[in-house]
Write a protein that binds this ligand. Structure first.
Ligand code: DGY
Length: 325
């Protein structure tokens, strides 16, 4: 690390209040004022030239980015999920990596519930109909969806966000909760004492009317929801993904939505985002959001402040509170 003021590169635009704090704190900070994605070359350059790089989920930082050594000593990810960073390679290159857990839990859980309701109640289809001028008036059989209240929600991954979704579903919509998470032995710790833990992913898929995914992306969970597992779901069930796109086999999901294996899907994340396959975009029973999980002003400011808290700790020689590598 260079002596004195560190050079800091921020890869995307941040909300103004936290960009202001960055400008006030660091004389050598590069903000991405036009907000274009960096791409591999610019990221590689940032790692070679800056002491501190503050990336987001739109930046891919695989092992090869760290091969041969980098100047960067601190990577403060603006987000909780960090499967876009090879943290082992970063650590081996002497880079400290942090993330932003907790502050985005409620916003992301709210997005999951938005998708539950939009998917079950066909809100996207209805909205497009009104906008396109195709609505012909109220009728008893128009765009009938499924009840949400009282139906069973299945949570895969009962961590912070999974638990927050479970609480919303249980106490807001009277939904019984079934979950799979080998790390959670007491559902009371998730705030839903009567949630029922089961021993396999399959049991959740078979029992739930709505399945919501809340595990990290990356190697261990890649394509966890494949054709075989989709076939275990009820034909009337909905799949909700606000976690990471690679957890679901997109080709298998398109088939399952087309042939009625499941009733619908609500997605906020995609394997190849921002590209979303045309086959998926063509399906009326898929509700598709552009990775909005944590997208509220309050949450994004809190995320920026958390990155800054971690960076401050690092620069002052204290352990960053949210260190992941
Ligand atoms: C998160 O915080 O993980 C969001 O998905 C954005 O990266």
């Amino acid at each position: 690390m260079s002596d004195g003021d560190p050079t800091v590169v921020v890869t995307r635009r941040w909300p103004e209040p936290v960009e202001r704090q960055l400008r006030e704190r660091f004389s050598s900070v590069q903000l991405n004022t036009d907000d274009t994605p960096f791409g591999a070359d610019r990221l590689r350059e940032a790692l070679q030239q800056a002491d501190v790089v503050l990336p987001t989920v739109s930046d891919r930082l695989p092992a090869e980015m760290f091969a041969g050594g980098v100047r960067t000593r601190f990577l403060g990810n603006f987000g909780v999920g960090f499967n876009h960073i090879d943290v082992d390679a970063a650590a081996a290159a002497g880079v400290v990596v942090t993330n932003t857990p907790g502050v985005l839990t409620d916003a992301t859980a709210d997005t999951a519930m938005t998708l539950v309701l939009m998917t079950a109640r066909r809100a996207g289809e209805g909205e497009r109909e009104v906008r396109d001028g195709r609505w012909t008036g109220w009728r008893p059989t128009h765009l009938l969806g499924s009840d949400v209240t009282g139906r069973t929600i299945g949570i895969l991954g009962m961590g912070r966000i999974g638990s927050a979704v479970a609480r919303r579903a249980r106490f807001g919509f009277d939904m019984p909760v079934v979950y799979y998470d080998p790390n959670v032995t007491d559902p009371a710790s998730a705030g839903v004492p009567d949630a029922r833990g089961v021993g396999t992913v399959e049991e959740v898929l078979e029992q739930a009317d709505v399945v919501s995914l809340h595990m990290p992306g990356g190697a261990g969970n890649s394509r966890l929801i494949d054709a075989e597992r989709l076939a275990r779901m009820k034909a009337t069930a909905f799949l909700i993904n606000t976690a990471r796109g690679d957890i679901v086999d997109t080709g298998a999901l398109v088939k399952a939505l087309s042939n009625g294996t499941i009733a619908g899907a609500g997605l906020d994340v995609y394997d190849t985002e921002p590209e979303v396959p045309e086959a998926l975009r063509a399906l009326p029973n898929a509700v598709l959001l552009p990775h909005l999980g944590s997208a509220t002003w309050q949450t994004r400011v809190a995320m920026g402040e958390m990155v800054l808290d971690n960076l401050t700790a690092f620069l002052e020689g204290r352990p960053p509170p949210c260190r992941v590598a």
